[in-house]
Each structure stands twice: as structure tokens, then as C-alpha cells.
Design a protein around this ligand. Sequence first.
Ligand SMILES: NC(=O)C1=CN([C@@H]2O[C@H](COP(=O)(O)OP(=O)(O)OC[C@H]3O[C@@H](n4cnc5c(N)ncnc54)[C@H](O)[C@@H]3O)[C@@H](O)[C@H]2O)C=CC1
Ligand SMILES: O=C(O)CCC(=O)C(=O)O
Length: 437
Amino acid sequence: MTESTAPRRSYRAPDPGEHLWGASPIYRRTVENFNKAVEVLKLDANVAARLRRPERVLVVSVPVRMDDGHVEVFTGYRVQHNDSCGPYKGGIRYSVDVDLGEVCSLAMQMTWKTALVGLPLGGAKGGVSVDPRMLSYREVQDLTRRYTSEISPIIGPETDIPAPDMGTSERHMAWIMDTYSARQGKLSQGVVTGKPVDVGGSLLRREATGKGVVYCIDEAAKHLGIDVSKTTFAVHGFGNVGSVAALEMAARGAKCVAVADVGGALIDPRGLDVAAIVKYAETHNGTLDGFADGSRVADPLQALYAKCDVLIPAATGNVITGENAHKIDCRILAEGANAPTMVAADTELQNRGVFIIPDVLCNAGGVTVSYFEWVQGGMHFFWSADEIDQRLRSILTTAFARMLEEMKTSGTSTRVAALCLGIKRVDRVMRARGLFA
Ligand SMILES: NC(=O)C1=CN([C@@H]2O[C@H](COP(=O)(O)OP(=O)(O)OC[C@H]3O[C@@H](n4cnc5c(N)ncnc54)[C@H](O)[C@@H]3O)[C@@H](O)[C@H]2O)C=CC1
Ligand SMILES: O=C(O)CCC(=O)C(=O)O
């Protein structure tokens, strides 16, 4: 697009998005990374302007009668960023940190992620601002069912398909499926992925994100000439993604020197018994509090600062910042979490030669097997675990190789190269559909 020098007509009031999501530091950071890719790609300014904003934003009030009798009203969100490549797709997060800016940012990331790995899906995200650990089983079920009812007008098997994210799991997906189906008056298993296998879920969806993280680490190690079996690793966040990634690394013979959950870090440079920690967490409501081995420190961030070959952030976002990046001592940073690294830290770590596997690729295993679940559910024919595993690995290794190629041709970082691949595909599809002709 050529910029005109004539003064622009003012078509509307200043961008309303500025007051909604644009002011959020998290959203700004996501846009900052997007802008870097726009520059490398020399993306048309009209397309870039469209992609900087979500297509649809829904904010809902979610009243829940609590066990003590009072009604608490929670705030929920579903943000649909882009559906050029297929139905909107993205998880649902329960956390006190959830706000509109965060959900918009994660929805945009989903668009690049699904496009990067070549899925026929778009990008969305949802969430409720709540600490699920403070709720009873009944309260969290009621919250999930009411949230589902509130977002029902904009979700569906062919329109927008939620899945698990931080704070939600298979059981929440079963409640969402059940509530949505009841509202439709017919069974609608395809409205959500990440369901329990018994209610139409896919084998390996639960393990997919953590497995995918380690498949990407395998590729990075190959690229750098590192033997994974001889590496040390640390994991920040020990839920679905962190625990499976730790087990996969341990299965390759790598030594775990630190893990953390929300309650603190467990550190032992001599090596921690990952299987024992997983078993402990499973039998203690997900927490590592009270685990006997290693030294337990209250600050979970200490796990990020452990000297190791491979660091796997697998909890919340924005944990590696301009302030603490100098404490990170690893060779490979494998972003299991979404958006764990702030822009200033990203630059510092790259300058220090840390190989970063960016979130949009590193944790794409989850949405990839979600896609498999959606496909299998549609066919009413389910694949074996081996079949799923092979397809997952093949998709991620292909995307990894394409990222390296893009890095070389564009002379850019792993993160910007991965974003460029995703953005290029969305741009191509939008043009093919006649938008921005
Ligand atoms: N579940 C999935 O399939 C996918 C998850 N992700 C991302 O992976 C990350 C983790 O997600 P899940 O494992 O599903 O969540 P989860 O809810 O299963 O586990 C979260 C873990 O992080 C810990 N944690 C929470 N806040 C923390 C903090 N401030 N410091 C240290 N630890 C903290 C929790 O104690 C728990 O161990 C998130 O960033 C999520 O967006 C990305 C792609 C797919
Ligand atoms: O499995 C999915 O559909 C989405 C997972 C997700 O929310 C993510 O990749 O961040």
C-alpha cells in the first residue's frame, strides 16, 4: 500500500480497541512481536491493520451460587481473533490473571500457531478470572456450565472449538460438551476437544503438548549437535504440560535439576526423581508441597534460574523479563508455556546465543492433537496412539525445519521466523478469499 501525504479523513473516533484490550501490556507485547514479523515480511499495511485486532470479543458475567449460599459473579471472556484458515480454535484458561488483554493476546497467538503447523483452523482463546483452587468441585462445575451457556451463541463444532488451557482439564471439557449439547437438544461432541477418551476424546491429547515440547527439543538438540540423553533440564510449572515434558525428558535419560509449581521450587543439581514427583502431585491435588527430596524454596522462579542445558517454562506468561533474563543459564529455552518471555528478555537471550523454541511452535502439539480429535470425532473412527504419535511428531518436525529455513532466508530469530510462517499463511488465505484484493 502506498501511503498518501494528503490528510486522512477521520472516519471514526480513536480506536476503541485502545480502551478495551490495546492498553494491556501483554497485548502490546504480542503486537510488538507481530510488528517485527510484519517488517520482515513487508506485509501489506491494510492486512496488518486487520490482523492487529481480534475479529470478535465477548465478555460475559458468570454468576455462581457458592457453597456458603452467596452468589459470586465472575467475569469470563471468549475472543475470536481470526478464522481465515478454519473454525476458531483455542483453549480456556481459569486464572486470577485472566483479563481481556491477556485473552486477546493468546487468541492472536493461536492464529499464528494453527497456521504455522498447517492446521485448517483459526485462532481464539477464552478464560475466566478465577482461582479454581479456591472453588469446590460443585462450584467449579457450576461455573463451567454457566460460562458455557454464556458463550454458547458464538461456539460450535464448525465455528469455534474450545479446549483445555491452564486451570482447566478433561473434566471441564466434558462439562462444556454436556452443557452445549443440552442447549442444542442433541449430542455435540465436536464442540470441544481435550475431552476424556470415554466421551469422544482422542488418545494422547492429554500428553500431546508436553510430548510436542520434547519433540521440538529433540530437533533443537539435533540442530545444535547436543545429545539430549546427556542434558540437564529444569521445568517451571508442573501441571499438564510441565509434568509430561519432564517425564519425556527423563525417559530420554536427561537429568532433572529443578521443577516448580505455584507453591515454590524443588531444586537438586544431583537430579530429581521425575516419576516420583509426578506420582506425588497426582495424589496431592496437583501440589508439590511436602515432597521429601530436593530443597524446596518458596519462590517458584528459582527453578528458572537453575543452571541447565534445557529450560522449559510451562506455567504462566511473562516470567522471563528484562529484569531477570541475566539469571537464566541454559542453552535451549523450550517455551511450553504461552508467552513466557518478554520482548526485552527475548533480545538479551538471543544475544547470548540461547536457542529459543518459540511458544507458537514449542507448545503446538496440544492443538495439533486437538485437531486430530476433531477429525476423528467427525469420522467416528479413532486412531491408535502410535498413529497419533507419529502424525504429531511429523507435523512438528516439519514445522521446525521450515522455521530454520525461514530463519536463514529472512536472517531473523526463531521467534520472528515462526511468526512469519504463520502470518504468511493467513495473509495468503485472506487474499485467496478475495479480502484485500
Ligand atoms: N494444556 C495444554 O494443552 C496447553 C497449554 N499451554 C500452555 O502451557 C502452560 C501450562 O498449561 P497447563 O500445563 O495446561 O496448566 P495446568 O493448569 O495443568 O498447570 C499449571 C502449572 O503451573 C503452575 N503454576 C501456576 N502459576 C504459577 C506460577 N506463578 N509460578 C510457577 N508455577 C505456576 C501450577 O501450580 C501448575 O503446576 C500455560 O501457559 C498454557 O497456556 C499451551 C498449549 C497447550
Ligand atoms: O488444543 C487446543 O485447541 C488449544 C490449546 C491452546 O489453548 C494452546 O495451544 O494455547
